[in-house]
Design a protein around this ligand. Sequence first.
Ligand code: MRU
Length: 352
Amino acid sequence: MRRIKDLRPIKFENDTLYAINQLLLPEELKWEELKTYQDVAKAIKDMIIRGAPLIGIVGAYGFAIGIKQLVDERKDFSEAQKILDTLKNTRPTAVNLFWALDRIWNKFEKYLNQNKSPEEIVKLLFKEANRIELEDYHANKSIGGYGQVLLPQKANVLTHCNTGALATSGWGTALGVIRSAYEEGKDITVFVDETRPYLQGARLTAWELVYEEIPHYLITDNSAGFLMAMGKIDAIIVGADRITRNGDVANKIGTYSLSVLAKEHNIPFYVAAPTSTFDLETASGKDIVIEERSEDEVKKCGGCDIAPEETKAINYSFDITPAANISAIITEKGIISHIDEEHITKFLKFRG
Ligand code: MRU
């Protein structure tokens, strides 16, 4: 068994939250201190931190930080709702943010009903945020354990976006499966989509793979189909930002095209995500709000203009992959290989 170096994107020390600034990678590894809930909301919105599970974890810490601000300023809790709303209004698509914030809000209400002191409430909220972070780490290790079994002893695996330690509390979801397979001693080579326009693949996934010494090639997004046609890809594995009741998956823009290509070339297409990514209240992908980001992310690269100023750009951050294009969903509780409403609801009910 190989040994893989640990990597964590956030740390909570002496009541202070620090996060690696993901906008600066791979050139610079800089830890930012997130002092206020407003700092946290800005870090999520501006993608200083990003990745569905991580924005949930950091959102929960942000809520605890906001409540601490109120207590430090000797204010009552009437602004708690505003803190929650500010954090929720940062990014709309990844359900993990809403899941984590609802979870910590419910705890907050419970502690209020139990007449706990403001200081104790703050302490307990930080504890809850920390629990969400640790649970995510264990979930990722478990996803890795279940998922790595699906990969052959020798495999070229294509992945999209960044689903590694930087997108989670550590280890990762889809990249966590790759990491677990490599750790098991499998002969894995990773093909990393650069993932325009934010370049999560080029800047973050490749950086992680260098850090962990896992063999990989960076490819332009539009190379994926040709590599599949040449028989160079054995499996595709991606993460998810939201999985609806019928198994449709919202994930980084470009995922849908990969799934269609995988189907055409008979290549297994796996989605890896913790069960907190399932949104059973949403029936199908067409009901998901897809985040649209600034045109500038498309029209500029590395701070330089790459298109005429007058040109308009479209920048959907995510797309929807229909359940029918997915071979299996890998979770921390096991693998779902019949992807439809009946199997998903049963799986979550009996293993939840
Ligand atoms: O826009 P991002 O970078 O926050 O995108 C989210 C993602 O990292 C992915 O789409 C990912 O596959 C799910 S997170 C493990």
